[in-house]
Design a protein around this ligand. Structure first.
Ligand SMILES: [Mn+2]
Length: 334
């Protein structure tokens, strides 16, 4: 993580950036060590010609016992917070605002300035409990020239009357964060057409997750063969790879993940294999054997025959699989 942070600082320096905007979750309040903060502070001091503007996030709140409040940051570091949510840089003709949760942002009076809004929150998602939710619609009335966002770990840009730029985390933190990770580097202009931001990869590793579908697989060798083909096709060697085995195995055979793992010859940085295969049902035999299982299969086949909808068919077939599994093993492999 510190290496990636150093990369970001180097990029800032090479770019001779006027501003470095950090939209929250720079560190984890409960776990961060003072030595880490000292490292970060020293790096900021290395780019004294750049103004570093930070806003707090949900992992690094601005509270009385926080490093934001207590640490002696270099003079080029500006930490915005509620109560001190605006900083005007006359020399850059730029004003930077912090979007305080729950407080409406009045459109900036100083329209001659380049007005930048920094926010940390959930954009355009209405389901469930969200941290600091805000919509593109609300943001469109802010009159901002540029909106820098944090919280979501994936990179995206949302175009609108006031476009939102979310670089994501410079380094991915888990298999649920696939794809490239980096920062945004470029120019912000009062004339939005001239604003030019480019995604710059900074991540040291990449999480790659995909499925390998087996069809009536009979042996560990066969499973390993399919995985080897898929892994070989990857053009990345430094990836953290998670493969889910899906599809079917022949009835009676189950995959030995350790044995399969030992047969993967191409080295990747990290490989994790998950088994989500299901046994291929021998329908004819199940019906012939009769009993509760046979009766269940017969009933399900009837329903499948009657069903006309594609989605319903999928569910019924899955129900047939799960039902037989439950009756045979007393548990279901999801
Ligand atoms: Mn966050």
């Amino acid at each position: 993580m510190l290496d990636v942070f150093s990369r970001v600082i180097k990029l800032t320096k090479d770019h001779k950036a006027h501003l470095l905007l950090i939209c929250g979750d720079l560190y984890e309040h409960s776990y961060v060590r003072k030595s880490t903060i000292a490292f970060i502070g020293k790096k900021f001091a290395d780019i004294m010609n750049t103004k570093v503007v930070i806003i707090p996030g949900n992992h690094d709140p601005y509270v009385s016992n926080s490093y934001y409040a207590n640490y002696e940051w270099p003079s080029n570091v500006y930490i915005l917070r509620s109560g001190s949510n605006k900083i005007d840089f006359e020399d850059l003709n730029t004003c930077v605002y912090y979007f305080v949760p729950g407080i409406k942002i009045p459109p900036p009076k100083n329209t001659g300035r380049i007005n930048i809004l920094m926010l940390h929150g959930t954009l355009d998602i209405k389901m469930g409990r969200q941290y600091n939710p805000i919509s593109m619609d609300e943001l469109s009335h802010t009159g901002m020239d540029y909106i820098a966002a944090g919280h979501f770990h994936n990179y995206f840009v949302k175009e609108g009357q006031c476009s939102v730029y979310n670089p994501g985390s410079p380094e991915p933190l888990g298999f649920d964060e696939p794809g490239e990770h980096g920062v945004l580097k470029g120019y912000i202009s009062k004339n939005k057409d001239e604003t030019d931001m480019v995604f710059n990869k900074t991540a040291l590793c990449e999480y790659i997750r995909f499925e390998v579908v087996l069809d009536r697989c009979l042996s560990n060798e066969e499973a390993a063969d399919s995985i080897n083909k898929a892994v070989y096709a990857l053009d990345k060697h430094d990836g953290l790879v998670e493969i889910t085995l899906a599809g079917t195995v022949e009835d009676g055979f189950s995959i030995d993940l350790e044995a399969v793992g030992n047969m993967i010859y191409k080295k990747v940085y990290h490989l994790k294999i998950k088994d989500k295969t299901r046994p291929c049902l021998n329908i004819g035999k199940l019906v012939k054997d009769g009993g509760l299982k046979g009766l269940f299969v017969e009933n399900m086949l009837e329903k499948i025959k009657e069903s006309k909808k594609e989605e319903e068919l999928k569910i019924l077939r899955r129900a047939l699989d799960y039902g037989v599994q439950a009756l045979e093993n007393g548990e279901i492999k999801l």
